[in-house]
Ligand binder design. Structure first.
Ligand code: SAM
Ligand code: SF4
Length: 471
């Protein structure tokens, strides 16, 4: 039975409720009056329920779909302005005891080169990332209690935060690791992580069990209830996601929103971010073996309807997607992207070395500077900001700031100041010129005059060598 407040996976992600929702959406996909009403109501930026969002996702009336895209763009502009937060993944280890059928790190794969970074190697990776200009990382590793115990991760986080190379610094470390215990989540919180990220892969229990035949990850309930445990352990910024292509996208779309609703209702705060990966080719993995692939139009629609349904939740797209796809979904709602990514263990410092330890083939292979330059040309502000979590604005404190609209007086100056840092320390000549023009234009959009003046002063001080200003 569906119970949003339940702590049991099969009750807050009720299969029956999802199937009822899908039937309701199917029955109403041409219901003009209902859909127009939903689009109208969503203009208040208070979001939509999973049922309402499912109807929008299924809507087959072209002009109403156009209205949805327009609304998604407006909501994106209202809450995120032109800011796009930049990050990079850092793969620590690809040892894994799980049997995930879509991932090359699954334990049966004998062809892949297994690697785990030492603390010295992590230092080299971090220096390479700092030299690109990155300030925010997402740590990735397989699940392996012997090779990758939590202590290894905690030590690695300490190492990463301690490295200061030239003007570089990693100021926010997000972590994407397998579901674990409340006690472990508490330790991660104490280690100063930003977001705890865990993809559900699919919310469909039967499909989940088939895709995860062996290993600890095969336990659907333990995996699905992980975010509740993370919150219990004191982590209030969590990042959800599904791996599109594994299961029917409509089902997972509804499951994802039900998960967000559950976290908000039962833990007091919804997900900080939603990631939208699509399955990619990799060593031993052929995406054609998974027959639920979604096309680019469907992908764009998912992004747009999510933007409307959960306006305050950041959305993340990785380098799994091409430049073209990224450009399209950026305007519809995506607020964070990775750049210059390597998905192999040790891939930043050992650039060019042929090693098949990669997790998936990267589609967008541009350098960080090329991506920053491209974003600037499109009118965006690439932001390297990490201020909220360092100022204690996490969980519901962050959410209430976004909901009140006041985030513009923090995020906008922080984005511009961190962009300025990037331009001063790492950018190519052309990127510098484009960036300066964007800063000049966007600084005027800060609504609080006092904040604007202080930000202008900080920008000036940065030219004299000062760094790390934040609101
Ligand atoms: N091992 C942890 C886990 O499974 O949750 C976290 C790290 S895992 C390297 C990160 C994510 O990569 C997985 O959650 C999965 O969604 C995604 N992934 C795995 N294989 C992939 C593939 N072939 N293409 C695209 N993404 C993939
Ligand atoms: Fe291991 Fe994660 Fe890959 Fe599954 S998705 S095989 S748990 S690294």
């Amino acid at each position: 039975m569906y119970d949003i407040m339940s702590k049991k996976a099969e009750e807050f992600i009720s299969d029956e409720e999802i199937l009822d929702t899908l039937a309701y959406a199917e029955a109403n996909k041409s219901n003009r009056e209902l859909i127009e009403g939903l689009i109208e109501r969503a203009k208040d930026c208070k979001g939509l329920s999973h049922r309402e969002a499912a109807v929008l996702l299924d809507c087959d009336i072209p002009e109403l779909n156009e209205k949805m895209f327009t609304l998604a763009k407006e909501i994106k502009e209202k809450f995120y302005g032109k800011r796009i937060v930049m990050f990079a993944p850092l793969y620590l280890s690809n040892y894994c005891v799980n049997g995930c059928t879509y991932c090359p790190y699954h334990y049966k794969n004998k062809h892949i080169c297994r690697k785990k970074l030492t603390q010295e190697e992590i230092e080299r990776e971090v220096i390479a990332l700092q030299d690109m200009g990155h300030k925010r990382l997402a740590l990735e590793m397989g699940e392996d209690p012997v090779n990758n115990p939590l202590e290894y991760l905690l030590e690695s986080i300490k190492t990463i935060y301690s490295i200061k190379h030239k003007n570089g610094a990693i100021r926010r470390v997000n972590v994407n690791i397998a579901a674990t215990t409340v006690e472990d989540y508490r330790k991660l919180k104490e280690a100063g992580i930003g977001t705890y990220i865990l993809f559900q892969e699919t919310y469909n229990k039967k499909a989940y069990e088939e895709l995860h035949p062996t290993g600890p990850k095969s336990n659907y309930a333990y995996h699905t209830e992980a975010m509740d445990r993370a919150m219990e352990g004191g982590i209030d910024d969590v990042g959800c996601g599904v791996l599109f292509g594994l299961n029917l996208y409509r089902y997972d779309f509804v499951g994802l929103l039900m998960h967000a609703e559950h976290l908000e209702a039962a833990c007091g705060v919804g997900p900080h971010t939603i990631s939208l990966p699509r399955i990619r080719p990799a060593e031993d993995i052929n995406p054609d073996d998974f027959n639920n692939a979604i096309d680019d139009d469907t992908f764009a629609k998912i992004v747009a309807v999510l933007r409307i349904a959960v306006p305050y939740t950041g959305m993340i797209i990785s380098t799994r997607e091409s430049k073209k796809t990224r450009e399209r979904v950026l305007e519809l709602g995506v607020s964070q992207i990775s750049g210059g990514s390597r998905t192999s263990v040790g891939g930043y410092a050992d650039e060019g070395e042929e090693e098949n330890s990669a997790q998936f083939d990267v589609e967008d292979r541009r350098t960080l500077d090329e991506i920053v330059n491209w974003l600037l040309s499109l009118g965006y502000i690439p932001s390297f900001c990490t201020a909220c979590y360092r100022e204690g604005r996490t969980g519901d404190r962050f959410m209430s700031l976004v909901k009140s609209g006041q985030i513009v007086n923090c995020c906008q100056p922080n984005a511009l100041m961190t962009l300025k840092e990037y331009l001063e320390d790492y950018a190519s000549g052309d990127t510098k010129v484009k960036g300066a023009a964007v800063i000049k234009r966007e600084i005027e959009r800060i609504t609080n005059e006092k904040v604007k003046e202080i930000a202008k002063q900080h920008l000036f001080d940065m030219e004299g060598g000062m760094r790390d200003f934040r609101f």
